[in-house]
Design a protein around this ligand. Structure first.
Ligand code: HSE
Length: 294
């Protein structure tokens, strides 16, 4: 039997659409125990939905590694204890994919290396920005090339991070469908420089710079206008620190001075709650670790 932990991740971080992602100290813990058939049981976040069957992203990824490596898969009892909010923009799908791939690879004595795991994960997820930090930990810049994914990983200092998730229906598929098919050169240039500077600010604990450059013209406005209370919450978050839509949303992520975290959380939540929208919120920090055995 093995047990692993996989972190939540926040992708985009404002201007780094599909390229930037940060691992967070929010974890799903999964154990794999040999058995006669595959069973799956989750506790915590998403348990009700996940426990409806054994086919989910984690078991698919777990089976996929066995197929690719030509190994017979007899059975496993897979138990998950989930902290990562689902459908929230915190990389719950990426965490499931990475957990399935990594768990299978460990149990088969590591036939695949990290680069190969990342390629499989990106194929399953469609883009590398969540799966890369879920695998590697830290702040990760990733770009897809012809047959490889080029990544650079940075261990950033402590940051106090507020996450607020409104309880609204918001599918990643919809979140991508509302984006324009093409963008202007002005908007591309706007994002390129800011994406570089977001990395610099995060690495150097420079909140003032982060507040000035964590802005975007490729996805946030298009998405926020479809998320009830989203724009108001985002604007409130910006008053406390550097804010962005986490991944494709609907959560708002806000980097704040630690002494302001509680107040920021309460006021961002209020922007949704005054519209009758329930929220889940937490204060977290970056994780330099990605998926690992415990
Ligand atoms: N980069 C992705 C997006 C993250 O914004 O759509 C969510 O999967």
């Amino acid at each position: 039997m093995i047990k692993i932990r996989v972190p939540a991740t926040s992708a985009n971080l404002g201007p780094g659409f599909d390229c930037l992602g940060l691992a967070l100290n929010i974890w799903n813990e999964i154990s794999f125990e040999p058995a006669n058939k595959i069973t799956y049981h989750a506790k915590g976040e998403g348990a009700e939905k996940l426990n409806k069957g054994t086919k989910n992203l984690l078991t698919k990824a777990f089976t996929y590694v066995h197929e690719i490596c030509g190994k017979e898969l007899k059975g496993f009892n897979i138990q998950a204890e989930n902290e990562i909010l689902m459908s929230s923009g915190l990389g719950s799908s990426a965490a499931a994919i990475i957990a399935g791939l990594y768990g299978a690879n460990e149990l088969l004595n590591k036939p695949l290396n990290e680069d190969e795991l990342l390629i499989l994960a990106t194929d399953m997820e469609g883009h590398p920005d969540n799966v890369a930090p879920a695998l590697l930990g830290g702040l990760v810049v990733s770009v897809t090339s012809d047959d490889e994914i080029i990544t650079r990983r940075y261990e950033i200092p402590e940051w106090s991070i507020v996450i607020v998730k409104p309880n609204v229906e918001w599918l990643t598929k919809t979140a991508r469908a509302v984006l324009p098919k093409s963008i202007s050169r002005t908007d591309a240039v706007y994002n390129i420089g800011r994406a570089v500077l977001v990395v610099d600010a995060l690495r150097n604990s420079d909140l003032e710079l982060l507040q000035n450059v964590m802005d975007d013209r490729l996805h946030q406005t298009y998405r926020l206008k479809h998320i009830s209370g989203g724009m108001a919450a985002y604007k409130t978050a910006k008053q406390f620190g550097a804010a962005a839509l986490s991944g494709a949303g609907p959560s708002i992520i806000c980097f704040v001075p630690s002494e302001k975290a509680e107040q920021a959380k309460t006021e961002i939540m209020f922007r949704f709650e005054e519209r009758g929208i329930a929220t889940k919120a937490l204060i977290t920090s970056p994780s330099i670790r990605g998926v690992h055995r415990v």
